[in-house]
Ligand binder design. Structure first.
Ligand code: KDO
Length: 336
C-alpha cells in the first residue's frame, strides 16, 4: 500500500515532531539547574551584559541561566524576598535593599565611604565582610557571590545650568530629587541637601519628561543607557556614592550543587563582575564628552562641601548607630 500524504498527515506529523522537539528541549532544561535572575536593570546595562556573556556560558554545561530585565517579573526591591521564598534563584541586589533586612548594611550605602571600584572589591573580599555575608545566608537564605561596580552616582537635573547652578548642598534645597525607594536611599538624597522622592527606576524616564521630579541620581553609564540625557539638562559631578551591587544566589540552590558546580558558579560570578566593572569604568571615562555633545552641562561642584555635609549627616544618623564597632575604620584602612 502506498502511503498517501495529505495536508492532515503533514500537519499531524509536524505536530508530533514539534511535541518531540519541545519535550526534548524541556527535558534538557529540566535536567539543568534553573538559574532565573531578576534585575531592574536593562538588557544593555553592563551588569546584565556581563551576566549574559560571561556568567551564563561558564555555567552552561549544568545550569540554564534565565534573566529577566527592567523589573518586569519582580519589581525593584522585591527580588531578595522572592529568592528567600524560593520563587527566584538570582538577582543583582544592592546594599540598600539588604539594609531593609539588616540595617548594618547601610554602612555600604553611605556617601563618600567607598572610594573607587578597587576599594569595593577589597572591602567585599576582606574578612570584615564575613559576618555580613553569614547573616544574609543564615537569616535570608541568600548567598552574596561577588561585588559588581555600578559607578559613581552623579546628580542629574532637568533645570539648565542657567536656571540653577549647583555648587554646594545648599543649592539643592527644595530640588525634588528622585531616589530609589528605601530609607537608605532617601537619606542619601537628604544628605545631599535635596528633597528626595521615592520612585522605582522603571518610572524615572517618564517622571523626568513630565517634570513630576526635578532630577535623579545615577552613574553616567546609567544616564546614557536609560536615555535620561534626553529629558534632563545638566549633570553635577558630585560622585556622592561609588555604587555597588552584589550578585546574589539562593542558598537552597547553592546547596543543591556539587562542589565542582559551586566552584564554577563562583568563578563565573567573579569573572562576570570583573568584566562588567572594566566595561563600566571605560564608559564612565568616555561619557562626559558624549553627554556634552548632547548639549548637557557637566561640571564639578565644590566637592569638599558635599563630602563634609554628607559625611557628617551620616555620622550623626540613626544608620551609623547600627554599624558594627570598628568596621568604618576597617573600610577606610582598605582605601587609599
Ligand atoms: C536606581 O534605581 O537608581 C538604581 O541605580 C539603584 C541600583 O541599586 C540598581 O538597582 C539600579 O537602579 C538598577 O539596576 C537599574 O540600573
Amino acid at each position: 500500500m502506498k502511503l498517501k500524504l495529505n495536508r492532515r498527515h503533514v500537519l499531524s506529523a509536524a505536530l508530533a515532531a514539534g511535541v518531540a522537539i519541545a519535550s526534548t528541549t524541556a527535558g534538557f532544561a529540566m535536567d539543568k539547574l534553573q538559574l532565573r535572575l531578576a534585575t531592574s536593570g536593562s538588557e544593555t546595562d553592563q551588569r546584565s551584559v556581563a551576566m549574559a556573556e560571561v556568567f551564563a556560558p561558564a555555567v552552561a554545561d549544568f545550569a540554564s541561566y534565565e534573566p529577566s530585565y527592567n523589573g518586569t517579573i519582580f519589581a525593584q526591591g522585591t527580588e531578595l524576598d522572592a529568592i528567600s521564598r524560593g520563587n527566584l534563584e538570582m538577582s543583582i541586589t544592592s546594599a540598600q535593599e539588604l539594609a531593609q533586612f539588616f540595617p548594618e548594611f547601610s554602612i555600604f550605602t553611605a556617601g563618600y565611604v567607598h572610594q573607587d571600584a578597587a576599594h569595593q572589591v577589597a572591602v567585599f573580599n576582606d574578612p570584615l565582610m564575613d559576618p555580613f555575608k553569614a547573616k544574609v545566608e543564615d537569616e535570608l537564605g541568600v548567598k552574596l557571590l561577588s561585588v559588581m561596580y555600578l559607578g559613581r552616582r552623579q546628580v542629574n537635573l532637568r533645570q539648565s545650568k542657567d536656571e540653577l547652578t549647583v555648587n554646594t548642598p545648599a543649592d539643592l534645597a527644595g530640588v525634588n530629587l528622585r531616589m530609589p525607594g528605601t530609607d537608605a536611599w532617601q537619606f542619601l538624597g537628604k544628605a545631599l541637601g535635596a528633597a528626595p522622592t521615592p520612585m522605582a527606576f522603571s518610572e524615572v524616564y517618564t517622571a523626568l519628561s513630565t517634570g513630576s521630579v526635578d532630577g535623579q541620581d545615577n552613574p553616567l553609564p546609567t544616564v546614557v543607557d536609560a536615555k535620561f540625557f534626553e529629558v534632563t539638562n545638566q549633570i553635577i559631578l558630585t560622585s556622592h556614592l561609588v555604587d555597588l551591587n552584589y550578585i546574589a544566589i539562593s542558598k537552597a540552590t547553592w546547596d543543591k550543587m556539587s562542589a565542582d558546580q559551586q566552584a564554577k558558579v563562583q568563578a563565573a560570578a567573579d569573572a562576570a563582575a570583573e568584566s562588567g566593572r572594566q566595561k563600566q569604568l571605560k564608559l564612565e571615562g568616555e561619557l562626559v564628552a558624549f553627554l556634552e555633545k548632547q548639549g548637557m552641562s557637566v561640571y564639578e561642584p565644590d566637592l569638599a562641601a558635599f563630602r563634609n555635609q554628607v559625611q557628617s549627616m551620616y555620622l550623626d544618623s540613626e544608620f551609623a548607630a547600627t554599624w558594627p564597632e570598628g568596621v568604618l575604620d576597617q573600610i577606610n584602612a582598605l582605601g587609599n
